[in-house]
Ligand binder design. Sequence first.
Ligand code: RRO
Length: 313
Amino acid sequence: MYFIIMETKTKIAGVEFGSYVLNASGPDCSTLEELKVIGGSGSSAIMMKSSTIEPRQGNEEPRYAKLLSGSIQCMGLPNLGYQEYIKFPIQLQKYNKPIIASVAGLCVEDYKKMVKAFQDSEVDLIEVNLSCPNLEGKPQAAYDFKQSEEILKAISDLGNKPIGLKLPPYYDFAHTKQMAELIKKYNVSFVTCINSVGNVLVIDPETETPIIKPKKGFAGLGGSCIKPIALANVRKFYELLKGEVQIFGVGGIESGADVFEFLLAGADAVQVATTFKEEGATCFERINKEFEEIMKRKNYNSIDEVKGNLKFL
Ligand code: RRO
């Protein structure tokens, strides 16, 4: 008699992840206490909130709301400032998982300063956020390819830790292609697709107002309603990057079946945001278990047997 051991371990830029599912930079990963909760959960890594040079309170409340099939938020980058996040990894080492920094500069110099500081820290990977949609008057860097290249030039040779880009959804393949070309030109190890769908508006007909206060209601859409957009972005980058650059899928993951879909599209691991916010840190173990059950039922022994193997009609 023998047992087949099903492997959902994964590796991103040479760093080992105990499972395929982790938290996304976003909800409940700003303070050391929150990061410890993630450390003690089924999340296979500890991803930190995007940091800025100075600490930020973020936007006015209400700035988050649950929707029928997702969430809307306009947080405005509330974080403790990058110098705190540089100190946290030492205090999180006991969880024995990869620790990922996220940086969101307000200008090129900010990105350079923070990436350099994290290169000299104990984090394992650095996710460079080019796609925060919620800063008044500040367009998303990743929709401006010239600005994206300036940032990439400034950050790509500052140390040996692998760097990735958190990208917004693209809706035209010409744009996906332009970004993929930039990614291949610079030293980028992974991409994270997708950040929230920016600048959507949800209106309450009773109060006759938007349901979110900052930016006159324009805010980022997340959760299950954005899953098809996320899958399309993962798939298109998978086709364009051909395994040379790895992919975190994020957007609307609620169940093991969702995870399996991202694996078929070509993701190397997935990140969970809205479901973590709504269900709490037990979601990681549940989603992982559901994912493993699907893999077993379909007689797959490892994620590599499925990754990118989308079949066509
Ligand atoms: O903090 C936010 O408002 C925020 C960020 Br930094 C981001 O990258 N994406 C998002 O939907 N919200």
